[in-house]
Every structure is written in C-alpha cells, then in structure tokens.
Design a protein around this ligand. Sequence first.
Ligand code: S3P
Length: 177
Amino acid sequence: MTRSNIILVGFMGTGKSATGKIVARRLEYKFLDMDSMIEERQGRTISSIFATDGEPAFRAMECDLIKELCELRNLVVAAGGGVVINPENIEDFNRTGVVICLHASPSTILARVKVESHRPLLEDGDKAKRILELLESRKALYDAIPYRVDTTYLSPEGAADKVIELYEEATGTILSA
Ligand code: S3P
C-alpha cells in the first residue's frame, strides 16, 4: 500500500489549511479540508454541530470521515485540530499517508485566531487562556508526531516548502523541482 497522502495535523491556527492548499497546488494533489467537508455534508457550521449535537458527535463525524479519506490517494488533507485526541485517527492516517504536525507559539496562534469566531472550543471565556489550556492538555499528542514544522516565523509558502521536504524524506521520493 502506498502512503501517498499528506495529512497536516496540529493545533488551531498553525496554518494547516493555508499551507495545505499551497502544497496541493505545487504537487498537483487534491486538497481537502476536513472541517469544510463536515460543514458541507451536514449543511451547518462546526459551531452549530457542537452546540446542537455536542463535541462527541462531532468527533464521531471526524472519525468516519478519516476512514473514508484513507481510501483515497494523492491527497493533501488539512485535518481538524482535535483529530489527535483519538489515536485510531492517527493510526488510520499513518496507513495511507505521511502525517505532519504543524505547530506555533501560543502568542502566534492567538494572533492568528483572535479575529475569528468559528472555533467553538475557543469561544468560551478568554481566548488566550483557552489556547494555553488546550495546548497543554494535547501537548503529548502533538509531540508524538515525528514529522513536525514550526510555522511561528514561516509564511504559508515557507511552511509548504518544509512540508514537501518532510514528505520526500518520509517516502524516499523527490517531487519538487
Ligand atoms: C478543533 C479544531 C477545529 C475544528 C473544531 C475543533 C479542535 O479545526 O475541527 O473547531 O478540537 O482543535 P481547525 O484546527 O481547522 O481550526
């Protein structure tokens, strides 16, 4: 089985979608954003899913979608920030692709997500505090991903360069010119 997919995981605001779109364009792979796919299929926003059905229902939707995505090849996937919570998700992704964790400093994450209001887990109370709490509770899960890119000082283009390098290293291929 080939591991042709590239899966970008990492905390909210680490640049998964912006970077993933660039990587997909450069490699001529298809780009898929898990949150957008779930919203399209459900016909409602992630915030509304959390509010109406609760977080466990959303996590089950993520888990089902990952099983589907693992049937496909030559994809760049921007995963939701919480997929690492369920180890089965990462095992599934690892079978058909290279999982790469994007990370950034808490202050950079805050600056990137500050003006947005579509992330239910950051809407309750002080955003800076919520970011630190969630990062702390997930630290070991993100740190366990061996391929990592620090996007704190990188543009999405710069992060895409690093992602492609890691993917080439992991698969032993050279795709970039
Ligand atoms: C979540 C991250 C969000 C989205 C949902 C939950 C998380 O995705 O899936 O709000 O648990 O970290 P992004 O990382 O794309 O913002």
